[in-house]
Ligand binder design. Structure first.
Ligand code: FAD
Length: 439
């Protein structure tokens, strides 16, 4: 079989490149050993955001009972709830397959092995291609804890089809914290174990808002603890034992490097495949994109952009990947959005949700936006914690990427009443132009 481009992996990165290249007339094959959609659709963003959106709604309605005069009676029908999640996964999976095929691409099921610069094998059959794109993603990093086989990974946790009575989550990073809060909201008794502080990279004030949220939902957070053994439904640590019907580890991810990669001379590190700014590997004509490459952040929005850059380069452009202004979102309650480089910050300007009209109407007043500026007033960093922070952070992503100044933001006009004014008014506060906040 002969193709213009062979893509290993049909996750976010591979699927995007497949559709883009197919639509531009390339003969494309996407080789997938499991399911189209990869981690994001099957075990990552989609199930976890379904669970966070719906568990947050459930717990809010349950707590509130009577919301501003709307009387609500709430209960959880677990089998329908988890079936709805699976229906969305199935819908997106088949939509992805349909898009690859309708763009003229072919899908082959099986595990790809790289044989040479232009050659692969799948299920014992040889495939040749002018270009290869490695988009084989990542897999959970299994921690070296005795008895870890009695625990499940983050990927498996978001595909559970029932709410366990109790859960212990090992890992106080993004995935671990999100999973702990989701299941606490759904009614599990949850303990979150973290070696250091939970989400240690965020500002102390942001963490404080988050910790209040976790506390409100009843998550038992234990920091500064090292798990030693998992046995009989217990995590045995240096600071005591924690019992859970389900034990989850969320201790980072590692690249899934296809067989043959190193053998044919593609350079790698423990963290992934080395690529240049054009996303080409050390072998000309072979590209790598998405979670499999050696980089800091493994997120789907980077996988999309890397697929665009690599595809355009295969089509003859000379595009370079620019990571500046990549937002990071933590889908906790309240949500957290982060963008930029904290090291460049000279000064923060802030604005609380409690003084935002839309937030007051909605009734979710916790949190604030903080915009970090450098000595020239350029927006270089931002942290937002509060309702819809995952949407608002994209405004700041644009500001950081386009190097807008705080004055550019302050003299913008945003709709009123909107949560986005949490960002606008932080900027206006710098020039004493905001009147909504008490001083
Ligand atoms: C619990 C969880 C929540 C997440 N939430 C978010 C979020 O909210 N937002 C966000 O941006 N990101 C999130 N992510 C990260 C996101 O899922 C990944 O960044 C994204 O899926 C990376 O896409 P990819 O195409 O590089 O890899 P993947 O999606 O992992 O796809 C790789 C594909 O390649 C296949 N494959 C591997 N090796 C071979 C081979 N040799 N032959 C054939 N096929 C092969 C795999 O089966 C897989 O389908 C989350 C991840 C997890 C685990």
């Amino acid at each position: 079989m002969d193709f213009d481009v062979a893509i290993i992996g049909g996750g976010t990165a591979g699927y995007t490149a497949g559709v883009l290249l197919g639509r531009r007339g390339k003969r494309v094959v996407v080789i997938e050993k499991e399911n189209i959609g990869g981690t994001c659709v099957n075990y990552g963003c989609v199930p976890s955001i379904f669970l966070s959106e719906l568990s947050f709604l459930y717990s809010r309605l349950k707590e509130i009972g009577d919301y501003k005069g709307i009387i609500i009676s709430v209960s959880l029908d677990g089998s329908t709830f988890f079936r709805k999640r699976d229906e969305i996964i199935e819908y997106l999976r088949s939509a992805g397959e349909g898009l690859i095929k309708s763009s003229g691409g072919e899908i082959i099921r099986g595990e790809a092995e790289i044989l040479g610069k232009n050659e692969l094998s799948v299920n014992g059959e040889k495939i040749s291609a002018r270009n290869i794109i490695i988009a084989s993603g990542s897999k959970p990093n299994t921690p070296s804890i005795e008895g870890v086989e009695n625990a499940i990974s983050e990927d498996e946790a978001v595909r559970l089809d029932r709410v366990p009575s109790s859960m212990v989550v090992i890992g106080g990073g993004v995935a671990g914290t999100e999973i702990a809060q989701i299941f606490a909201k759904l009614g599990s008794s949850v303990t979150l174990l973290s070696r250091g502080k939970v989400l240690k990279e965020i500002e102390e004030e942001t963490r404080h808002v988050l910790m209040n949220g976790l506390d409100f939902d009843g998550v038992n957070v234990v920091e500064g603890v090292t798990p030693k053994k998992i046995k009989d439904g217990k995590v045995i640590t240096d600071k005591g034992e924690y019992e859970g019907e389900i034990i989850v580890y969320a201790t980072g991810r590692m690249p899934s490097i296809p067989k043959g990669t190193q053998k044919i001379g593609i350079e790698t590190t423990r963290n992934g495949i080395i690529v240049n700014r054009r996303l080409e590997t050390s072998i000309k004509g072979i590209y790598a994109i998405g979670d499999v490459i050696d980089k800091e952040n493994r997120v789907a929005h980077l996988a999309y952009m890397e697929a665009i850059v690599a595809s355009l380069n295969i089509l003859g452009s000379c595009e370079e990947m620019d990571y500046e202004g990549t937002p990071q979102v933590i889908y906790t309650d309240p949500q957290i959005g982060i963008v930029g480089d904290k090291r460049k910050v000279e000064k923060f300007v802030k604005f609380p949700y409690a003084a935002n009209t839309r937030a007051i109407i909605r009734g979710f007043r916790e949190g604030f936006s903080a915009i970090g500026i450098d000595k020239n007033g350029t927006v270089v960093y931002s942290e937002i914690v509060g309702d819809s922070a995952e949407e608002l952070v994209n405004l700041l992503a644009l500001a950081v990427r386009k190097r807008l100044t705080i004055r550019d933001l302050a003299f913008s006009i945003f709709a009123h009443p909107s949560l986005s004014e949490v960002v606008l008014n932080a900027a206006r506060d710098e020039f004493d132009l905001d009147v909504d906040n008490y001083k």
